[in-house]
Design a binder for this molecule. Structure first.
Ligand SMILES: Cc1ncc(COP(=O)(O)O)c(C=O)c1O
Length: 435
């Protein structure tokens, strides 16, 4: 028997009751992919209040590398809560903060001393990486890329590319942000060697504090840098005294088969922003990087009331233990191979799939109407997501044009569940494209 089980219409009666209350009280701008309300989650499977079961291939938008509610994380959260839930590390310090900082620092790439500071969200981590870079260099400029996603606070919203809906009338935006093209074989002829010229066309490099880049773009559609691109950026940051900041909020923590995505390129960034999966879904994010950058800032210049909350840090310690004891880095590579093979088969059957890409378990399909003009097909993509949902699988869309499906599967998924979910995706593409 499979793990998917659809017993009622979706949403079922119990979910509909909650939805009615939501209509009256919850801000209408909040959109949910699922029309049902979750009652339980285990591994990659969620169950709603009406007893329907689904496979969650969005993994809570990439936060559940270790799956829903793993026992040792739950136990650590319970145990920690019974001692103390909060102090604020700048009021009374506590060991879980120190221990998790040590665990992350010891795993971060680079032959130099590292420091770690904790925050609450990915956006906050990126924003603090920018503060550290500006504070250290005393420069203002921040370079970002086409199709980047860095968050929704004022600064990170400015750094994010996609305007609709993220930037809706929310300006004025932050200043000193320079956006450069991201190499894309279908849309520009930009090669890694062009990067320095493009940078010099846009800004004096001596004014640039940091280049912030996702080693693999997440929200932008799992775009991989072409060979030599990240290396070229690293060369340029060294040449001009600019900090290399890797935004690994989505790509980090094992999803690519390495603990840090940037390790796939053998690069040691100056600073790395982490978030999403680092505490199994509790709000926790971090900046890890060269100690000298943190040491250059005045005491008290970074912080946050809840940042590095003890319960979240205890969860974070268990996340790393699970990744290592359950060999989830190897599992990411293994899962990626299964997905790649299944995607290849789908591409052969369905011409609307024009590109498959990814690294490790970070895999995506791109839907294109016209291959010559590389015209995105968000309609087919949206219909496939809806059809798969009806049949028990939650899928995440991506891309500036919403024509990409990206998989953010919990790495603890079983082979049977993975294949069951991919069967649904395969059938949904077939059903939608034959209509
Ligand atoms: C690469 C990247 N950076 C930053 C963020 C922002 O994280 P948060 O939503 O936790 O603020 C995200 C969220 O999707 C992300 O994917």
């Amino acid at each position: 028997m499979g793990s998917i089980l659809i017993k009622t219409s979706v949403p079922g009666p119990k979910s509909l009751e909650i939805a009615k209350v939501r209509e009256n009280y919850v801000a209408s701008t909040l959109e949910s992919l699922a029309p049902f309300y979750i009652k339980d989650g285990k591994g990659a499977v969620v169950e709603d209040y009406d007893g329907n079961r689904f496979l969650d291939f969005t993994g809570g938008w990439g936060c559940l590398i270790v799956g829903y509610s793993p026992k040792r994380v739950v136990d650590a959260i319970k145990e920690q809560s019974e001692h103390y839930i909060h102090t604020d590390f700048t009021s009374i310090p506590y060991e879980p903060y120190v221990k998790l900082a040590q665990m992350i620092a010891e795993r971060a790439p680079g032959d130099f001393k590292k420091s770690v500071a904790f925050f609450n969200s990915g956006a906050e981590a990126v924003e603090n990486a920018v503060k550290i870079a500006r504070g250290y260099t005393r420069r203002k400029g921040i370079v970002v890329f086409d199709r980047a996603f860095h968050g929704r606070t004022l600064l990170t919203m400015t750094m994010t590319h996609r305007a609709i809906p993220y930037k809706y009338a929310f300006g004025p935006f932050a200043s000193d942000i320079y956006r450069l093209p991201y190499p894309n074989p279908h849309r520009n002829k930009f090669t890694p060697r062009d990067f320095e010229r493009l940078l010099l066309d846009s800004v004096y490099p001596e004014d640039v504090a940091a280049i912030v880049i996702e080693p693999i773009q997440g929200e932008g559609g799992f775009n991989l840098p072409p060979q030599g691109f990240l290396e070229e950026i690293r060369n340029i940051t060294e040449k001009y005294g600019i900090l290399f900041v890797a935004d690994e909020v989505q790509s980090g923590y094992g999803r690519t088969g390495k603990f840090f995505a940037i390790e796939n390129w053998g690069i040691a960034p100056d600073l790395i922003a982490l978030g999403k999966s680092i505490a199994a879904g509790l709000p926790l994010s971090a900046v890890v990087g060269n100690k000298k950058f943190f040491d250059a800032l005045p005491k008290g210049s970074l912080g946050s009331t809840f940042g590095g909350n003890p319960v979240a840090c205890r969860a974070g310690i268990e996340v790393i233990n699970i990744i290592e004891e359950e060999h989830l880095l190897e599992k990411a590579t293994y899962i990626g191979k299964i997905i790649k093979k299944r995607f290849d088969d789908m591409q052969k059957k369905y011409p609307v799939i024009k590109e498959i890409r990814g690294l490790g378990a970070m895999c995506a399909l791109e839907f294109i109407k016209d291959g010559d003009r590389w015209e995105p097909d968000p309609e087919t993509c949206g219909k496939v997501i809806q059809d798969a949902l009806k049949n028990g699988v939650l899928l995440a869309g991506a891309g500036l044009h919403k024509n990409i499906i990206r998989l953010l599967i919990p790495l603890v998924i079983t082979d049977e569940e993975l294949n069951e979910g991919l069967d649904v995706l395969d059938r949904s593409i077939g059903d939608v494209t034959k209509q």
